[in-house]
Design a protein around this ligand. Structure first.
Ligand SMILES: Nc1ncnc2c1ncn2[C@@H]1O[C@H](COP(=O)(O)OP(=O)(O)OP(=O)(O)O)[C@@H](O)[C@H]1O
Length: 250
């Protein structure tokens, strides 16, 4: 069963204006926009963590505002832009805390896909920035592991690729694409237009607290839209599978 995420005319005073987002029903949505465009604010509202000042967010036909955070957390994983842990926990401890209790052990697939083997016994505060980020991504996925495997989860990921090296970025995006094909809904912000162009099914472009464009990647990722979003001119190079955007001037 595919669940739809729908938000209509939502507004968050001082952070974004009216955003009309039709819907997202499965696969990857990439949210792009300049610094301060309102991406994190929008994701917080979609995750049900910050109530919208106007409008409502529906997940599976039900307003998220009517569900408790504990209820939402069963199927909705949220990765914050600046997560942190202050305690001297190992990677394993960090993960076990978020284990959704449907399995006794940390799933081998999670360890393999995010390259966690050497991190499980390492103390979190001794990890590099990218290693810490992989632990946080793992925690988010582990929290909703069974729904994720069943294709019923909603993942809201605020810049999941930050601090990841290129190999881990690519591996994560390939896995998210697979999870999207299974029916999960993944909404993520990022700053890489080519990641969005390569992996997204749907793209939302935000600028100054408003949504400039939203829809299928091939319709939304135009040179004109990118210029209007970033105040930056791009060239487009024809390359398989979907082409490459190169910034040329601001
Ligand atoms: N907790 C907050 N309270 C009030 N205003 C906020 C808060 N968080 C962000 N803002 C403001 O809302 C606007 C949008 O911020 P937001 O963090 O959503 O942007 P963003 O697109 O995620 O930016 P970035 O790419 O830099 O992460 C900014 O003007 C910011 O100053």
């Amino acid at each position: 069963m595919t669940r739809e995420l729908r938000a209509e005319h939502i507004c968050l005073t001082n952070r974004f204006k009216r955003l009309y987002i039709v819907h997202a029903s499965s696969g990857i949505v990439c949210l792009l926009g300049a610094n301060g465009a309102g991406k994190s604010s929008l994701l917080e509202v979609l995750a049900g963590l910050t109530p919208a000042t106007e409008g409502e967010v529906l997940w599976g036909g039900q307003p998220t505002a009517q569900r408790s955070l504990a209820e939402l957390a069963v199927e909705r994983g949220y990765l914050a832009q600046k997560p942190s842990i202050q305690f001297e926990l190992t990677g394993r401890d960090c993960l076990q805390f978020f284990n959704d209790h449907t399995q006794q052990q940390i799933p081998g697939m999670l360890i393999e896909k995010l390259g966690l083997t050497t991190l499980l016994d390492k103390v979190y505060t001794h990890m590099s920035g990218g290693e810490q980020q992989r632990i946080f991504i793992a925690r988010t996925l582990l929290q909703v592991w069974q729904p994720l495997m069943d294709g019923n989860a909603l993942l809201i990921l605020d810049e999941p690729l930050q601090s990841l090296d290129i190999r881990h970025q690519h591996a994560l995006m390939c896995w998210l694409a697979d999870l999207g094909i299974r029916g999960n809904q993944i909404v993520m912000s990022c700053h890489d237009v080519n990641i969005a162009n390569t992996f997204a099914d749907t793209v939302w472009l935000a600028r100054s607290g408003e949504l400039l464009a939203s829809g299928p990647v091939e319709e939304v990722m135009t040179l004109d839209n990118l210029w209007r979003t970033f105040d930056c001119h791009f060239d487009f190079l024809e390359r398989e599978p979907r082409g490459v955007f190169v910034p040329v001037s601001v």
